[in-house]
Design a protein. Structure first.
Length: 253
């Protein structure tokens, strides 16, 4: 199949390595992160794919690991949280890239009065990052981005801005979803497999770029500019595509 940014992806193969974003990819986005609901159909699909692929399925999310584990209940598989800052491997070991606690606390303190003035803004402290959501106040988008950039500059340190869908986040620099994918691919059972990354947001572009570098399958969910080579229209299309990997058909080359 000819590659292009608007082409459907090739038929999936259970022998590949699957790296999956969560919100907006496997689950529909809600007004707040806590409002998202997980259905048993998804849990069954991901669990079956994890087993069929020999364990080569990992979730790579902006959510914290504790949040992912609470959200997904008994589903146990490799997960990278906070854009790769914390990562649980296939053996259950935890790897953490820590953020400077003093800088994080200073930024959080600087947001107290802002949150009081603008109740439509929501601050999410993920432990290693701070995310300012403006889903309920989209008219404050430019203000939220300017504010977080200024607070980051004020505290100094090796921090960077991560943009997302109606959210702006401050995180340690140099660690992202692409580095998380690379770390997994250096380990069993992901090592040596054809990589797939599926995501919908700006923070997924790092994952797409890493998979593109390895000539893998990068899939953007929904519209918008992206370096991903393929497209799927939405959550339902992602689930349908992943379910095809369980059918045991011939792998695409």
């Amino acid at each position: 199949m000819k590659r292009g940014r608007h082409h459907l992806p090739p038929a999936p193969c259970k022998e590949w390595a699957f790296f999956l974003d969560v919100d907006g990819t496997l689950l529909e986005i809600a007004d707040t992160p806590s409002a998202v609901r997980v259905d048993t159909t998804l849990l069954d699909l991901v669990g079956r794919l994890h087993a069929a692929s020999g364990g080569a399925v990992a979730l790579v999310s902006g959510r914290s690991l504790s949040d992912l584990e609470e959200l997904l209940g008994m589903l146990r598989l490799p997960m990278a949280g906070q854009h790769g800052l914390e990562r649980r491997d296939s053996a259950g070991r935890l790897w953490i890239h820590a953020a400077p606690p003093e800088a994080k606390c200073a930024i959080k303190d600087g947001l107290v009065s802002v949150l009081a003035r603008h109740p439509g803004l929501l601050l999410e402290d993920k432990g290693l990052t701070l995310a300012l959501h403006y889903r309920q106040a989209p008219h404050l988008a430019a203000y939220a981005h300017r504010l977080m950039a200024r607070l980051m500059e004020d505290v100094g340190g090796e921090l960077e801005i991560q943009k997302g869908k109606r959210v702006v986040e401050i995180k340690p620099a140099g660690i992202d979803k692409g580095t998380a994918v690379a770390e997994y691919l250096a380990e069993s059972p992901f090592r040596g497999r054809h990589p797939v990354f599926i995501g919908d947001d700006l923070n997924d572009e790092h994952g797409f770029a890493e998979v593109n570098r390895l000539d893998g399958v990068s899939i953007k969910v929904g519209s918008g500019k992206s370096c991903a080579r393929y497209r799927l229209t939405g959550v339902a299309a992602v689930r349908h595509w992943l379910a095809d990997a369980l059918k045991g058909t011939q792998c695409a080359t």
